[in-house]
Design a protein around this ligand. Structure first.
Ligand code: ZN
Length: 99
């Protein structure tokens, strides 16, 4: 029953964190290129707040040390991976669906 209000509170904290990271003006944590923070959120190169350890893997989306700024498109490409997973082997190694 408390679920709904918890989401609302998290949404607020999440928004504040998002703005705090935005105000730092950092480059994309994935590709290293600058982010145009003025782009609308639907733009592939717009700013997106990413979790270093994804929530689905137990990371916190509200922990300032677990979030980083990325391009929307970089974040989508990264999907659910952690930085350590990518390594030198690249992203295309295992798409395990067909085998
Ligand atoms: Zn990027």
């Amino acid at each position: 029953m408390a679920t709904r209000s918890r989401y609302a509170a998290n949404g607020n904290a999440r928004r504040r964190l998002r703005e705090a990271v935005r105000s730092m003006g950092l480059p994309c944590a994935i590709c290293g290129r600058p982010i145009d923070y003025s782009l609308p959120s639907g733009d592939p190169w717009s700013y997106e707040l990413d979790e270093v350890v994804p929530v689905s893997r137990g990371g916190s989306e509200l922990d300032p040390s677990n979030v980083q700024p990325t391009h929307r498109i970089c974040n989508e490409r990264k999907g659910n991976r952690m930085a350590g997973d990518q390594g030198a082997r690249g992203l295309a190694v295992r798409r395990s669906r067909d085998w």
